[in-house]
Design a protein around this ligand. Structure first.
Ligand SMILES: Cc1cc2nc3c(=O)[nH]c(=O)nc-3n(C[C@H](O)[C@H](O)[C@H](O)COP(=O)(O)OP(=O)(O)OC[C@H]3O[C@@H](n4cnc5c(N)ncnc54)[C@H](O)[C@@H]3O)c2cc1C
Length: 429
């Protein structure tokens, strides 16, 4: 079993041609994931001089570790948001998720990024009657607001055939057609290529240690020397460190883990997952799975909050969850196990803006494939003072999380509570 993301097998080998770091740049971007790369692309296309830095390789963070699902949704469902904020606030917030989805699809087309983009649709699965009722409420909310949101969704029937899945675990699903999948490794690599082709400078293995405000501009201190910058964008999401304490206090890293499994019999994959639909089980510790774009593997993940320290043990635990859904996979080997960090915020929305002169787009809450694409572009436009860049997230209060010595002590409690909640969830018999 490899302890690296399945997606990395498709990526070109990196050549180590490290140039000396420039001493000056117009805009320095910290973090070369989907968000930082999109900010860089927008700036460089507007003829700005851009230096993009990453402590590792571009895409080393969550951008090449995720499931590659895209939807017109936030972490909370539309019906939950309406209940919490009322229609007047909830609908515009979901409209932002729709804009992020459409923007990403258009960008992939415009930039001709070959990343197996597939308008595959998504199914949310209910394990209990209560979850089935929630899917019903969500379906009604989506239907009611179809004219504004344009999200097509159907409740599926209860026969295995119509559910498009050969698992006995679920009794109800909500099929949302306006959702997609892509290969996150190839998407991020494609962005990196476009950014570099358009003239931005990418400095990998360059860890930013501090960002100091000067009378004019900033001194960005890095592991490879200092750089003077006129403007700075921070795009570190969950990989944020103490070098940017304001963001460290506000973005909570949450562990997500995935495995790739190659069914022993290739016909089994056809039987278990007959198409490329993205699947999401809405239990407390949600699970998600899909086919690999090359139709060889099943990719399965869960947001577990923390991972067992031993990768073999962690992989076995994940496989156990998958085998609960598809017992037919019990004998199939795990080929890859990996984990990554999702960036949570107190209100579970992304945040962007300018703090003490530093621009930022962060806190993607597990939706950064479309949201990081959209907000990376948006923060670059805000920095250039373009018109019409307002989003619904601009005025949200960016609350600090209750951290102790930089550690989110409450995450184990939250995850523990979710595990207990999950044990109490009884399947439909
Ligand atoms: C298992 C898993 C599954 C997921 N599935 C999905 C999904 O299906 N759909 C979806 O939309 N989202 C998903 N996500 C979330 C998604 O991957 C993220 O929201 C998105 O990648 C965030 O992109 P980003 O560019 O903001 O941050 P990242 O990709 O995390 O990039 C941040 C970068 O900052 C760099 N960095 C940090 N500190 C410094 C420093 N001091 N100096 C220099 N560089 C620094 C890091 O090295 C890193 O490369 C998933 C995440 C995980 C972990």
């Amino acid at each position: 079993m490899k302890n690296t993301p399945y997606w990395w097998t498709a990526l070109a080998e990196k050549t180590n041609t490290e140039k000396p770091l420039p001493i000056k740049a117009d805009v320095v971007i910290v973090g070369a994931g989907i968000t930082g790369l999109n900010a860089a692309l927008t700036l460089v296309k507007a003829n700005r001089n851009v230096l993009l830095m990453d402590a590792n390789q571009a895409g080393y963070g969550a951008s090449t570790r995720n499931a590659g699902f895209l939807s017109k949704a936030h972490l909370h469902s539309l019906s939950t948001l309406i209940q919490k904020y009322g229609e007047d606030k909830a609908i515009p917030l979901v409209e932002e998720a729709c804009k992020a989805f459409d923007f990403t699809q258009a960008l992939i087309e415009r930039e001709k990024i070959d990343c197996h983009y597939n308008p595959s649709g998504r199914i949310y699965w209910a394990y209990t009657h209560q979850q089935g009722k929630k899917l019903h409420t969500e379906h009604q909310a989506l239907a009611k607001h179809f004219s504004r949101l344009n999200i097509n969704a159907n409740l599926t029937g209860s026969s295995a055939q119509s559910l498009d899945i050969h698992s006995a675990q679920y009794h109800q699903g909500l099929h949302v057609k306006d959702s997609s999948t892509l290969h996150p490794g190839l998407y991020t690599q494609g962005l990196e290529q476009r950014v570099c082709e358009n003239g931005a400078e990418l400095a990998c293995n360059t860890k930013v240690k501090s960002i100091e405000k000067k009378a004019s501009g900033f001194t960005v201190k890095t592991s490879r020397g200092d750089v003077q910058a006129n403007q700075v964008i921070v795009a570190t999401n969950a990989y944020v460190g103490e070098e940017t304490p304001y963001f460290r206090q506000r973005v909570v890293p949450v562990v997500g883990q995935m495995i790739a499994i190659k069914p022993n019999d290739p016909a089994m994959l056809e039987k278990l997952l007959p198409n490329h639909i993205a699947h999401l089980d809405v239990r407390a510790m949600f699970r998600f799975w899909r086919r690999s774009p090359d139709n060889t593997h099943i990719l399965f993940g869960s947001r577990t909050g923390f991972a067992a320290p031993n990768p073999n043990k962690a992989a076995a635990q994940l496989k156990g969850l998958l085998v609960d859904i598809f017992p037919q996979l019990a004998q199939s080997p795990v080929s890859h196990y990996w984990k990554g960090l999702l960036g949570g915020t107190m209100d579970q929305f992304p945040h962007l803006g300018c703090h003490n002169g530093i621009y930022y787009a962060t806190g993607m809450n597990g939706h950064g494939v479309p949201m990081g694409t959209y907000l990376g572009d948006n923060i670059a436009k805000k920095l250039m003072r373009e018109h019409d860049t307002a989003t619904q997230f601009d005025d949200l209060s960016f609350k600090a999380a209750p951290l102790i010595k930089g550690k989110s002590w409450f995450m184990p409690l939250v995850c523990g509570a979710q595990k207990v909640a999950e044990k109490m969830e009884k399947p439909v018999s």
